[in-house]
Design a protein around this ligand. Structure first.
Ligand code: SF4
Length: 181
């Protein structure tokens, strides 16, 4: 996968090498990485793996890229929706990118989709739908689920203090059992 990624970067650098040093070409093709984008309107956020500026000369293009390690070389409906949400977030933040893409690390290949009005509308509808199905004022709709993610070797869930109010998850489980009987 590392080798595939290396060759992918090399291919992207090639058109620039006639007018730049390898170091400059590398800087030119290095995308913005792990970009956090949030939408207060849709209550959604995500880390975009990479945002690439492409195109030589006066017509730059913005491409949102997600890296996948999956075996299948295919933009599934789920991947399409994820890319659509990224395009929607980017549009809300500044402007709609020209394309979205998945780079399949196992295959060393990239598949792209143009960003259309429909792609972004479908993403908006999906976010609205999730919002409608998950919004609740009933605390019982979201019971605590103590598990390995509450505390882990390098840290703890950001809601830990709120969830257990000084008790350990084990003490909390015992308390729930007592209350049930
Ligand atoms: S601390 Fe609370 S919110 Fe966080 S993983 Fe544990 S039960 Fe879930």
């Amino acid at each position: 996968m590392v080798s595939n990624f290396f060759h992918y970067l090399k291919d992207r650098m090639r058109p620039h090498l006639s007018s730049m040093t390898p170091r400059e070409a590398f800087a030119k093709v290095t995308p913005k990485r792990e970009v956090l984008m949030k939408s207060a309107r849709h209550n959604v956020q995500g880390y975009i793996d990479a945002i690439q500026e492409e195109g030589l000369g006066e017509k730059p293009r913005t491409v949102i890229l997600d890296y996948k390690t999956s075996k299948k070389l295919e933009i599934t409906p789920e991947y399409r929706q994820q890319l659509g949400i990224y395009a929607m977030l980017h549009e809300e933040h500044s402007f709609a990118p020209e394309e979205v893409a998945i780079f399949f690390l196992k295959h060393g290949q990239e598949l792209r989709l143009p960003v259309t009005f429909e792609l972004i509308e479908e993403a908006r509808a999906a976010c609205r739908d999730v919002g409608l199905r998950t919004t609740s004022t009933q605390i019982n709709d979201y019971p605590k689920r103590p598990g390995p993610l509450c505390k882990y070797s390098s840290g703890q869930c950001e809601y830990y203090g709120l969830c257990f109010e000084g008790r350990t998850p084990q003490e909390h489980r015992e308390l729930v059992k007592i209350r049930r009987h």
